[in-house]
Structure formats: structure tokens, C-alpha cells
Design a protein around this ligand. Structure first.
Ligand SMILES: [Zn+2]
Length: 180
């Protein structure tokens, strides 16, 4: 989706950002990438997104440098977040917090902990145990009190078990060389 040029042409960073991640599926794809989804078929299964739409969104995320497309992985093509993509984490976390606060009466769907000391990470990304701002690969994700199990495809199952962000879900199914 492209915003009308009259809007995008304005010198506004928010307009430019929404050009990249404002479309309905895009942040969901980015979220799944943080949760360790790397394969086309796994994104399709987890999100229930039409394949043509997924193809187009992945292509534009690669073009924008949010994802890389790596074709030499043992099991085929893999999509990974770049540093630019990982920089979206605080924004994504803020959207999730907002949804938990206003649309999840049972509490947070997911909780985030510092992998090293199991300290809860607050809304500013700081570990409540050691006080550091936790880097994305050191964040452990767990089911929160408001978690509701839905369809149980293997990918959804894998990304809702306790794991570190960016750890590929494929590693849980087939032993593969550690991600670089
Ligand atoms: Zn800590």
C-alpha cells in the first residue's frame, strides 16, 4: 500500500515510516521475525496471510532493508531482521503494550525477561533485576497471563514457547548450524 503522494511528499518522518510498516500485515511479519520465524511457509502458516500478499510484503521489507533474504540456508530461503529491522523493536513493543493495556483484560499476552537473570523487562526495555536496557537477542519471551491459545499449528506453538527473540524456530524442529 502506498500513501497518497501529497501526504508522503511532506517532510514527515512518521509518514515515511508508515510507508514502510504501516500496512496491516507488515508489522505482523516483522513481529514474527522477532519471534524467530524465518521461512516463507512458516510466516504463511502462522499469520494465515494470503501467499501473494506475503510475497509482496516480504519483497518490500527486503527492498527497504528491514529484512535480508538469505538463499543459501540448508533448508532454503530465510528472512532475517537487519540492524535496521531490529531497531523497530521499541516501537513494536510499545504497540504490544498498548494492546495489552486496552484490549487484554486478562493481562499481558506475553512477558519479556532478561535471559541472563530472568528479570522482568519493563515498558522502557529495562531489566527490573539488574537495571540494564536489555539488547534484543538477550530478551526471553514467555506466555503472559493474558495468553490465549488459538489454532495450534506447529509454528504458532513454537513461537509461544519460552525462547529468546531472533532464535530461529526452525532450529527447534531440525538441528541446524547455529544462526550467525
Ligand atoms: Zn537483568
Amino acid at each position: 500500500m502506498t500513501l497518497p503522494s501529497t501526504y508522503a511528499d511532506r517532510n514527515c518522518s512518521l509518514a515515511r515510516t508508515l510507508e514502510v510498516v504501516g500496512e496491516r500485515w507488515t508489522l505482523m511479519i516483522v513481529r514474527d521475525a522477532f519471534f524467530g520465524v524465518t521461512r516463507f511457509g512458516d510466516f504463511a502458516a502462522e499469520l494465515g496471510i494470503p501467499r501473494a500478499v506475503l510475497t509482496s510484503r516480504l519483497k518490500s521489507l527486503v527492498q527497504e532493508g528491514v529484512l535480508t533474504r538469505e538463499g543459501d540456508a540448508p533448508g532454503g530461503v530465510e528472512y532475517r531482521l537487519t540492524a535496521k529491522g531490529i531497531a523497530l523493536w521499541p516501537a513494536l513493543r510499545a504497540f504490544m503494550n498498548w494492546g495489552d493495556e486496552f484490549y487484554s483484560p486478562a493481562g499481558a499476552k506475553r512477558t519479556f525477561r532478561h535471559d541472563q537473570d530472568a528479570g522482568l523487562i519493563d515498558q522502557d526495555g529495562r531489566c527490573q533485576e539488574c537495571g540494564t536496557v536489555v539488547r534484543v537477542p538477550e530478551i526471553r519471551i514467555e506466555r503472559g497471563p493474558g495468553f490465549e491459545p488459538t489454532e495450534s499449528d506447529p509454528v504458532s506453538e513454537a513461537i509461544t514457547t519460552s525462547r529468546r527473540l531472533l532464535e530461529p524456530v526452525t532450529a527447534a524442529r531440525t538441528p541446524a548450524p547455529a544462526a550467525g
